[in-house]
Write a protein that binds this ligand. Structure first.
Ligand code: ZN
Length: 391
């Protein structure tokens, strides 16, 4: 059996607090051993089991971090919305955009076209250090189009999410409850074979709390696991519903009441912040410091989508979180790795402790702090997943 020793690591982020008593579990002058794609030994380089390793990777003193876990994306779609973005940035009115426009283009695209575009975005994400990615439907909004979005998504990642309840499509504007019936019935049935998660956009202009509860419960009854888009545009019941149904994550959470924060701090539900969406729409950011003060577990993700956040780049999200949301660099790196893994209820990724999947990035720098300190600069030298180099 081939064992690979990754050695001469200047600074290793393990996210295993037993190493140094901090959440990042930092080790200096470190090494780890990979066997069958998993980590079987980690510690100081001086005591590395060199004789056991057939291969050696020399990190030359650079920093190694766990692969990013991007737990919230919408990357199966056709076309883009650069005209809408341009108009928004120029302060102009623009009526032709919105999710409905992407739905129109996505319905017209073939599975092959959707797969090709999804692959391109995944390759982008991989090259900036993402090794686990979640992917939602939600641009089909018919039984067949939602089902085929998930067929495509399943070819790209095991973390697939049925989001038939993204918006009410225009065919149902006058009778939205009939659309909710469709989502909970035939659409869920068609989506189920290729979906792990069920999600709903519970917000102003999307789905009401009653509709959201109904949709998530229908998914849970069919064996899907709940997550929710909540409190992005204003206060509401989204967080309450998420916690009540033991959602793995409540996402966006820009507008939170004190009781929302109390609920989150006493639950297993992760608060996933998507600050690239606020960045790209010039909206207010979430107040992350309130979450940290209350001890809520926080994840960071890209929300990659063609309307409000067209980026796959987790280092960019880290830089915004540190600069504008007052995360410490340590909190941001943890949220983009271990936080994301917890938002997907995954124990095998998001850390580099014993038995973790060997998913990691070798940075060009001596520290993870550079991810926020040198924004926009490509600092990810190498990316490995399951012990195989993918960049
Ligand atoms: Zn989203």
């Amino acid at each position: 059996m081939t064992r690979t020793l990754v050695d001469n690591i200047g600074l290793l982020v393990t996210n295993d607090s037993s190493f140094d008593g901090t959440p990042l579990g930092l080790l200096r002058n470190a090494a780890f051993l990979i066997e069958k794609g998993s980590i079987t030994w980690v510690g100081e380089s001086a005591s590395a089991p060199r004789a056991e390793a057939q291969n050696k990777i020399d990190a030359h003193g650079r920093c190694i971090i766990p692969g990013f876990v991007d737990s919230h994306t919408h990357l199966i779609f056709a076309g883009d919305r650069s005209d809408e973005f341009g108009a928004r940035m120029r302060g102009e009115q623009y009526s032709a955009g919105g999710i409905g426009y992407t739905v129109e283009l996505t319905r017209k695209a073939s599975n092959g076209q959707l797969l090709q575009s999804g692959r391109r975005l995944i390759a982008e994400a991989n090259s900036s250090g993402t090794t686990t990615i979640e992917c939602k439907s939600g641009y089909g909004l018919t039984v067949d189009d939602e089902a085929r979005q998930l067929v495509v998504a399943k070819q790209l990642t095991p973390e697939t999410t049925f989001l038939g309840a993204h918006i009410v499509p225009k065919e149902y504007f006058d009778h939205p409850d009939d659309y909710v019936e469709l989502v909970c019935g035939p659409m869920l049935e068609a989506a189920k074979p290729n979906a792990k998660w069920i999600d709903v956009f519970c917000d102003k202009g999307a789905f009401t709390p009653e509709q959201s509860r109904k949709i998530l419960k229908a998914g849970i009854a069919k064996g899907l696991l709940p997550r929710i888009h909540a409190n992005q545009f204003g206060p509401g019941e989204g967080v309450q519903i998420g916690v009540e149904l033991d959602a793995a994550s409540v996402d966006h959470v820009t507008y939170l009441s004190d009781s929302d924060i109390d609920l989150l701090s006493e639950s297993e539900t992760i608060a996933t912040l998507l600050p690239a969406a606020e960045f790209s729409t010039r909206s207010n950011y979430s107040d992350a410091r309130r979450l940290f003060e209350a001890g809520v577990k926080v994840a960071l993700a890209t929300d990659c989508n063609p309307g409000s956040s067209y980026t796959t780049n987790m280092p960019f999200v880290i830089a915004i979180a540190v600069r504008d949301l007052y995360f410490s660099p340590e909190q941001a790196v943890w949220a983009a790795t271990k936080g994301g893994a917890m938002a997907l209820r995954r124990k095998d990724v998001g850390h580099l402790g014993l038995s973790a999947s060997a998913d990691f990035s070798i940075l060009s720098t001596p520290s993870y702090v550079h991810l926020a300190y040198r924004p926009g600069v490509p600092l990810i030298d190498e990316v490995w997943r399951n012990g195989n180099r993918i960049k």
